[in-house]
Design a protein around this ligand. Structure first.
Ligand code: PGA
Length: 263
């Protein structure tokens, strides 16, 4: 795993956005796996900025979102459909038909989940998957104990996740949808590259467990240790429980030096 530690959230978002931009400049029909939540917002802001100032072109890009709550309509103010429209899709030139988000109101969830997996394959697979991490180590809505080989399906959310999301939906966890459709851990592992993003001290233990702990379904993000192309991009606070901070910084500095010589 490559671990990139940046001094601030803004800088970590800029690093992630640059990786996506560089890939998009090389492959105009890039397939992106996208995440919601507070962490990727800065990445989307940076990409929107690149679209506006540099004309970064999303017209051939296809996207697949990780997850969506079950039981709320797409136009619900806190649906992930609304989130993506607000933070990215409405501000770039991506055709609406290229944007895929699990349909929580679909009749026949099992068939929907199979079609979602098939659509990812039809698009040629995900080139870059953006990921946040839950305090409990979840990726997507793959809560602890999720099969590390799981595919897109319905998951019941843990109390910790309900509590983290409660502020959006009302005052108590009773107001939060209890289930979600999520890409599986296996679906995520099929992406060619994963970008795992985290900011703030509240994510420090989850990041330490994911990066330096044992690979276990108790910490679904830990399976990314088996992924050949995962980049963990975090700020100092999220890195604060890692044992090998100095080494990760040295690796990154060396790589930057090598790249600058190649230019
Ligand atoms: P956050 O959520 O980005 O809002 O912290 C991440 C997650 O729960 O996956």
């Amino acid at each position: 795993m490559e671990v990139i530690i940046q001094p601030t959230y803004k800088k970590l978002a800029a690093v992630a956005a640059k990786i996506i931009r560089d890939a998009l400049l090389k492959k105009t029909n890039l397939v992106l796996g996208l995440a919601t939540g507070s962490t990727p917002i800065g990445v989307y802001e940076a990409l929107v900025g690149m679209h506006k100032t540099e004309g970064l072109d999303f017209s051939e890009v296809t996207t697949f979102n990780l997850d969506e709550y079950v039981g709320i309509p797409p136009n619900h103010p806190y649906s992930y459909h609304t989130f993506m429209e607000t933070h990215l899709f409405s501000a770039i030139n991506i055709p609406a038909e290229n944007c895929h988000i699990p349909q929580s109101t679909a009749v026949g969830h099992a068939e929907f989940c199979e079609r979602y997996e098939a659509a990812i394959l039809d698009a040629g697979g995900i080139d870059i998957q953006v990921l946040g991490i839950g305090k409990d180590g979840h990726i997507g809505f793959n809560e602890p104990s999720s099969s590390l080989g799981s595919r897109t399906r319905i998951k019941t959310l843990t109390r910790s996740t309900l509590e983290a999301n409660a502020p959006h939906f009302g005052s108590t966890i009773d107001d939060v949808p209890k289930m979600a459709i999520t890409m599986g851990v296996g679906t995520i592992m099929d992406a060619k590259q994963c970008l795992l993003l985290a900011s703030g001290e509240s994510k420090a233990v989850a990041i330490a467990n994911a990066v330096e702990g044992p690979i276990t379904a108790e910490v679904p993000a830990s399976v990314l240790q088996m992924h050949p192309q995962t980049v963990v991009i975090i700020d100092e606070a999220a890195a604060s429980e890692l044992k090998r901070v100095d080494y990760y910084k040295q690796v990154y500095a060396n790589k930057q030096e090598l790249l600058s010589k190649d230019d």
